[in-house]
Every structure is written in C-alpha cells, then in structure tokens.
Design a protein around this ligand. Sequence first.
Ligand SMILES: *[C@@H]1O[C@H](CO)[C@@H](O)[C@H](O)[C@H]1NC(C)=O
Ligand SMILES: *[C@@H]1O[C@H](CO)[C@@H](O)[C@H](O)[C@H]1NC(C)=O
Ligand SMILES: *[C@@H]1O[C@H](CO)[C@@H](O)[C@H](O)[C@H]1NC(C)=O
Ligand SMILES: *[C@@H]1O[C@H](CO)[C@@H](O)[C@H](O)[C@H]1NC(C)=O
Ligand SMILES: *[C@@H]1O[C@H](CO)[C@@H](O)[C@H](O)[C@H]1NC(C)=O
Length: 624
Amino acid sequence: MIYQSHAVYFVCVGCVLQSGTHDGDIYDGAWCARYKDKKQWLEVDARRLTRFTGVILQGRSSIWSWDMVHTYKVQFSNDTLVWTPCMNGSKEAVFEGNQDAETPVLALFNTSTAARYIRINPQTWYQNGTEGDICLRAEVLGCALPDPNTIYAWQTEPTGSKDKLDFRHHNYEEMRKLMKRVNEECPNITRIYSIGKSYTGLKLYVMEISDNPGKHELGEPEFRYVAGMHGNEVLGRELLLNLMQYMCQEYKRGDQRIIRLVKETRIHLLPSMNPDGYEMAFKKGSELAGWALGRYSYEGIDMNHNFADLNSVMWTAIELETDRSKLINHYFPIPEMYTSEEAFVASETRAVINWMQNIPFVLGANLHGGELVVTYPYDMTRDWAPREHTPTPDESFFRWLATAYASTNRVMSNPDRRPCHNKDFLRFNNIINGADWHNVPGSMNDFSYLHTNCFEVTVELSCDKFPHASELPIEWENNRESLLVYMEQVHRGIKGVIRDRDTEAGIADAIIKVEEIDHHIRSVADGDYWRLLNPGEYRVTVTAEGYLPSSRTCWVMYDHYPTICDFNLTKVPKQRLKDILAKGGKLPKDLQLRLWQLRMRKLRATTKAINQRRAAAAKRAKRV
Ligand SMILES: *[C@@H]1O[C@H](CO)[C@@H](O)[C@H](O)[C@H]1NC(C)=O
Ligand SMILES: *[C@@H]1O[C@H](CO)[C@@H](O)[C@H](O)[C@H]1NC(C)=O
Ligand SMILES: *[C@@H]1O[C@H](CO)[C@@H](O)[C@H](O)[C@H]1NC(C)=O
Ligand SMILES: *[C@@H]1O[C@H](CO)[C@@H](O)[C@H](O)[C@H]1NC(C)=O
Ligand SMILES: *[C@@H]1O[C@H](CO)[C@@H](O)[C@H](O)[C@H]1NC(C)=O
C-alpha cells in the first residue's frame, strides 16, 4: 500500500507496523520469504521517482513464532532490471535490523538515492529452531521528486481536502487548544466538558454540539462518538477534531444539513478516551509507534475488554431460569464484583460508564484503527464457541447501522481496495458481527446495548493505526460523509413521550416493548423515548409501574425522521382513585363509573356478610 503526500512518501508493506496476534493467518500480517537464503528480497514500487532516505523495520510478532531480520542490504532501481546497491562510503551498506519482533528500528541511508523501486534484502535473521523464517514488516521513507514529463507516474491519486481544517496530529495540549478555539468560534452551539480523568490526571474532554448546549431537550435524541480507546489508534481522534471544526464552520455558513443535525440532535464527541496511551504513541510518532505501544491504559488495561461482562450474566440467567417471564432482556445491572474497589477497572472506563448512565444516549460509535471494517454487537461469543455468529435481537438494525457507515466510506466502498490483513472484509460488504471476527468479553458495544438504551458499533478506520499527518486530509475526505450519515441514523425508527393520562406528566422508566424483538427500551426522565427500528409495521406495548399497559401499532417509513408514537398511560384504577381522592380532585367519567362499581361491590360484599351472619344466628337459634 502506498501513501502519497505533497512532500513525503510513506510506503507501508503488507500494511505492516501494526499487525497482531488476532489476525490469525500464518504470516500474521508480515512478509515472509519463500526460501531461507541471502538472495531473498522484498521489492517496493513507489510508482514515481522518489528520493529514498531510509527504512524502518519490524519483525513478525505472531502467536506461533517470533521472526526477525538482524541485518539487511538495500538496492535501488529505475526499471527493475538494473539494481544499484545502497553504499556506505566505498562499501556496500549493511543495516542493523531487529533484535525483537515488535520494536520498529529506523535506518537512515548514508546518502539518499533517487529511484522508483527499492529492495530490502535480508542477510542474517533469527532462527526460531528449524522453523526459522525470514519475516519482516517494513516502512520505506522518501520524498517524491518532481517529475515534469511524468515518465515515472503510474497514476495520480487524490491528496487533499477542500475543507479548511487543522490537519495534523494533536497531542493533549494541542487538542485542548483546538477544542477551545472551536468553542470560541461557535459559542452558541458548542460546550466543552470533562467526564473524568485518566490515570495520570489528563482530562477526558467532550465537545457537545447542539442548539441548546448543556441541556437535554424533550424528544431530542443524544448521540456520541468515542475515539482513542486504544491510544495508538489515532485517526478517530483527528477525525472527531475535524468533525467539530467542520460542523462549527458549516453551521455558520448556513449549511442546511448541518443546521438540521445540530437543531434536532444533541451530539457528544469524546476524541480521546485513553489520553495516557495516546501521549506515549505520539512521542514515538507515526512511523515508530508499534502495534501495541499506547494501546493500553497507563496501568496496562485494554479498555475494550474492561467494561462489565453482562453477556455472561444474561446467558447464565437464560440457562438457569426455566420461567421465561422472569428473564430480563435489557438494563442489566452491573455485578457487584465489578464495582468493588479490587476490580481491575481503569478510571477511564469508570468515567465512561458514569457518562453512559447520566446521559440518555440513543446511538453511538467508537472509532478504532488497524483494519477497515464496521463491527456490530455482540462482540462476545456465547459459550466461547469460536467463530460463531452471536446476533442481538436487533441484528437487522445493527446491520443497517454498520452498512450506513461502511457503504459511504470512500476507502471501504472501493471494490478494488486491498485487504489490510488476512481477512477480506470486502466480501462481507465491510461489516461483520463482532463475535464472528474475534471474541471480546467486556466490550463497550455489548455493555452499551445490555446496560443502557444506546446502540453502538465499532468502526475500524484504516489499515494503519497511526497514519502520517500528510494523510489526514484524504482520510477526512474518506470519512466525512460516513460520519455525518451515521449520526443521522439516530433519527430512524419511532420516538415519543409517555405521559400520565390525568396529570400529563412524563413517566420515566416506562418499558417500551416491540413485538418479536426481545430487547426493550426505557423512557428517560421526562418520559421521552427513542426506539431505533428499520422500516416496517410494529406492535408496540408500553408498561410502567402503577399503570395499565397500553399497545398501539406504529409504522416506520423510509424517511430521515422518526415516526412519533406517544402513549398516554392510565393508572391502575385503585392507584388512580386514591391519588385523585387524596388531592380532592374531580373524578373523570370513567372513574366515576369505576368508583360506583367499587362501591357496589363493597356494598354487595357487606350485604352478603351480614346475610351470612344472620343465617348463622338463625341456625343457632333454631338448634337452641
Ligand atoms: C533513476 O533516474 C534518476 C533520474 O533520471 C537518476 O537521477 C537516478 O540516479 C536513477 N537511479 C538509479 C538507481 O539508477
Ligand atoms: C557515510 O559513510 C562514510 C564512510 O563510512 C562516512 O565517512 C560518512 O560520515 C557517512 N556519512 C553519513 C551522513 O553518515
Ligand atoms: C558504515 O560505515 C561505518 C564506518 O565503517 C560503520 O561504522 C557503519 O556501521 C556502517 N554503516 C552501515 C549501515 O553499513
Ligand atoms: C449567537 O446567538 C446570538 C443570538 O441569537 C447572535 O446574536 C450571535 O451572533 C450568535 N453568535 C455566533 C458566534 O453565532
Ligand atoms: C394524550 O393526551 C393528550 C392530552 O389529552 C392528547 O392531546 C393526545 O392526543 C393524547 N395522545 C394519545 C396518543 O392518545
């Protein structure tokens, strides 16, 4: 894969530098030579005349074996026929490669050379018993040279973006400054807040975008994007920083689509869930940050395995409980074991869980890197069965959500694109059930679905976890439409307000059931609710404590706005009468009748009791 920019080429072989143990094929994301001798080479075509300046090498880190190249030579060519060796003074240069499988090692050429092709030619390598392979991951450094007659040009690739955004990598300080600037430019529609702190004390900043920042509005759905859960997967962070700048600019410019989104949605953007990890990766930079450096929290926790595993709670209950009516299918409580002091839960994870509990999110996505695919829950397989599709009851809507992002993403939707690693997600239209790909207990998606109302998917944004800054404008172009389209999906399905028929007050915690979907949603504080659904006809039933259930049919259309399905609930008669009489209020007609019936019943009961007593007394009198 070749990345082009105005000044610099980064050639990344097999899309390298960031592969891992989960990728599963025998090469595990690395290049391996067929034979084990000094004549093996890996050739890269830069597709135009390039001044090559250096090479970065990594070994192969696989679950099966570790392989690395200790020393190597380099050759250049303009035509692949005549090759010129890379020299070191008068001798052929022999570069130091890797001593372990993970750490990237940089080698700069003694004198830079102009050419179109470059070869990496291993000389010595680590032999892992007799199985020892010549395997490596590599990145080639160089600058594109002017090519006025386009003799070397292979094809022109798009490089820029017409949007005027701050395209570079932002560390913690820079990120804070950028967010502040956006807030100053658009004070009417933005607000910055923090949901907590990282282990080392960096704040987890959120940018809120809404026409009424700081407030939940009745009926307005809440949306979130979370990036940087793995600190070294940095593209999501920059895309969210781009997104907030873009929305501010477009809102002011009068862009109707953005204005509508801002008016009808409360949007929350958390660009960096793991700022400690990011700072570690940022210090190394795009080329030298490896697959794992900065992925974890400061304490070494992988946050995407760190949420409470509610899947097991649910599946155990299903196995043990024979009475199906007693099973719950939503709002699973967090097990005590997880909330105890001893539980190994990152402060960042705890902060995000609090956030999820405090804001009634309807839809979200978390942004990752290292692959190109959108994954939807469940992320965990039932019974640890390997490679088993584990769908949620909302499978069809989750597939729609994943497709909404994947089909509008310019890289994913390109039918000629190459797979990042061993798995060709193009065959699955770039979406996959998380558990089908790899089993993740305690993922954010599963937790979100089982503990809250919020539906969430994972977006793997790019093969390279830490793309070079020069690639950011094109990555923004690749993702801009998908980021917007995905947010707009929060307006699909049905929504409404659940009220008390008499007082017209909103009812919180009412349960919204959709026939044939075994996953309920609850109304929030003011009685408003959102139920994401694909187009169709649905029988919806609402229940709430102290109220009679109520059902109606709601149709979901293909439009970009939800169907309004309000419910007026009637109190259980006894409760309702008590409430009204206690307040000395006037009884509505149905209740007058009800009260009369109740009184009649009481009267009948009393009469019956008196009669029985009389009869008994008469009997006794007779006997006497
Ligand atoms: C490739 O061609 C360029 C331009 O003609 C020349 O400067 C350079 O030395 C050539 N490189 C090699 C390796 O022959
Ligand atoms: C290149 O190699 C020569 C000979 O070993 C050495 O004298 C010179 O300093 C080197 N130059 C660089 C830039 O490393
Ligand atoms: C280049 O030559 C110098 C001096 O002989 C030596 O120290 C250095 O290791 C060589 N470097 C490479 C990459 O061959
Ligand atoms: C914010 O809203 C006020 C009142 O509507 C308006 O006068 C002002 O120009 C707006 N500011 C910006 C930066 O859009
Ligand atoms: C609920 O009650 C209000 C006020 O009486 C009424 O305007 C509304 O149409 C009712 N909604 C439904 C769905 O019955």
